[in-house]
Design a binder for this molecule. Structure first.
Ligand SMILES: [Zn+2]
Length: 178
């Protein structure tokens, strides 16, 4: 089936309205994560690998504090959530930062520490994977039940899986993200 951009954008506009109203009855995680992740592909710095990767993170704020963001709202329990986006930054041979890590750091550093889901995509078919091992472990520290969405170049969901189900022997830190 061919992805229908018009249909998606009109549905998305409805979602944005719902988000603006701050009263969310049915929040489509995959749709929001897809929209944000793909919008960040163009910011990727991928001169070393040649693979542009982008990701998105849906996270809730611990308290109900207002925050400005490109995508925010409240769920039915009036908890504040936001969808963050990021891309890979290959700054030098010694500094190659994965999109999924960048996006997670963005969420955490804005106070959105209750990570629910992560989306990832790439402009390179070989690079469309459910996060590398290091990034998965990073998310394990935050929330082992994070849902991973992997989007193909055609924007379809290639894989939806719980993080904990991808790691047989997870390492758990004594550190605690609150
Ligand atoms: Zn990674």
């Amino acid at each position: 089936m061919i992805h229908n951009n018009n249909k998606t954008s009109s549905v998305w506009n409805m979602r944005k309205l719902e988000l603006r109203n701050k009263h969310l009855n049915d929040f489509n995680q995959a749709e929001a994560l897809r929209k944000v992740a793909f919008s960040y592909l163009k910011f990727a710095q991928a001169s070393i690998s040649g693979h542009r990767v982008a990701s998105s993170v849906l996270a809730f704020k611990k308290d109900g504090t207002r925050s400005h963001g490109r995508l925010e709202g409240r769920d039915r329990n009036t908890n504040m959530f936001r969808v963050f986006g990021g891309c890979n930054l290959e700054i030098s041979i010694s500094t190659v930062l994965h999109a999924e890590a960048i996006t997670l750091y963005k969420a955490l550093s804005e106070g959105y520490t209750k990570v629910q889901a992560v989306g990832v995509t790439s402009d390179h078919e070989d690079q469309i994977k459910p996060l590398c091992g290091a990034c998965r472990q990073l998310y394990m520290y935050i929330n082992p039940l994070t849902t991973i969405f992997v989007f193909g170049k055609d924007k379809k969901v290639k894989l939806k899986v719980k993080l904990i189900d991808t790691i047989n022997y997870p390492y758990m830190s004594k550190g605690k993200i609150t």
